[in-house]
Design a protein around this ligand. Structure first.
Ligand code: SF4
Length: 330
């Protein structure tokens, strides 16, 4: 299959997206819905200037709709990482499976990694499609009590690339928050891209009034990952997002044969635990890398169900316990 830029038709409902501009936004665009739209430094000479100047300004009228749509969600948790490759989406998936293992809990997993969506693959629902009804977009249910939403469900094929600038991503995130019909949820797990990018700014902007419980920050033990996670923590503090706890992922290797553990990323400066102590945040634990995690995720299965005796499964359940404790749920 060939890769191609795809702009799914998000305007199929009654609402016309305000960010649907005639031309791509230039670099340093302040955002077509921002107070500065059409007036910023980047706007002079921009082909969208006339459209942007005419767009309504002031408080976003969609914020109350987002608040209303998320009102029946008890806990909203962001999953963040400083850099890619630390297993954040894998962890979000396992966290979602782990929470939904309690049949008394209703769990949602929202994939906000617009350019690199991976939750549908890991949750075993890659080929599903989204249905739209009067009550909004119906998420895809992978179990009676586990639903998910991702842009992946809207792409014409698995390899289609999304090549969007900030405001287009911003509009999709707004619609995910405003229009997905989650019904009641105990937990909404929000998987975000690595770093501090448009998606983080958008989700924080739109969810501030709905109330985010906080962020679960994922790192690996080596210094290069810890340096980036410091930036992520700094972002959370500046944005007013509470940090629930830090998880050190891939903090050892579990041999699937003998179950012995060895270190693969040596923590030269004390790893996630030392960083948590230094920054005064909770350390939720270390999760070793078990190569069978990849196999379960590739098959769209719950690793916790496939290999409940793995040290990684036991560590993940400990993290879930700490998380539920941190949001006051146990
Ligand atoms: S798209 Fe609109 S807000 Fe962005 S730079 Fe152009 S005129 Fe300004």
């Amino acid at each position: 299959m060939s890769s191609a830029e795809v702009i799914p038709n998000f305007n199929s409902g009654s609402e016309q997206l305000k960010g649907d501009l005639k031309h791509p936004e230039p670099e340093h665009c302040p955002g077509p819905e921002s107070e500065n739209a059409g007036k910023g430094d980047a706007c002079s000479g921009c082909a969208n200037q006339e459209i942007c100047e005419s767009l309504p300004k002031g408080p976003d009228p969609d914020i109350p709709k987002i608040v209303e749509n998320l009102a029946n969600i008890k806990h909203k948790i962001l999953v963040l990482s400083g850099k890619g490759g630390v297993g954040k989406s894998t962890f979000s998936t396992m966290l979602s499976w782990a929470l939904s293992a309690d049949e008394n809990l209703q769990v949602g997993a929202m994939d906000l990694d617009i350019c690199g969506p991976s939750l549908p693959h890991m949750l075993g629902c890659l080929r599903e499609v989204i249905h739209e009804s009067n009550s909004g977009w119906t998420p895809v249910y992978v179990a009676d009590n586990l639903a998910t939403m991702s842009i992946q469900f809207m792409l014409p094929d698995d390899d289609s690339a999304i090549i969007w600038r900030g405001s287009k991503k911003d509009q999709l995130i707004k619609r995910f928050l405003k229009d997905v019909d989650w019904d009641y949820l105990d937990y909404l797990i929000i998987d975000t891209p690595p770093g501090t990018s448009d998606e983080h700014i958008s989700v924080n902007k739109y969810m501030k009034e709905s109330g985010i419980d906080g962020a679960l920050v994922i790192t690996t033990p080596q210094e290069v990952a810890l340096l980036d996670v410091r930036k992520e923590i700094d972002f959370c503090r500046k944005a007013g997002i509470k940090i629930l706890g830090l998880v050190e992922n891939m903090s050892g290797f579990v041999c699937p044969g003998c179950k012995g553990q060895s270190e693969i990323f040596k923590p030269t400066t004390g790893g996630g635990k030392a960083l948590s102590e230094e920054l005064g945040i909770k350390f939720f634990g270390s999760v070793p890398l078990d190569p069978r995690i990849g196999k379960s995720c590739d098959n769209g299965n719950s690793f916790l169900d496939d290999y409940p005796d793995s040290p990684a499964s036991i560590a993940i359940l400990d993290v879930v316990e700490s998380l539920r404790d941190a949001v006051g749920d146990v």
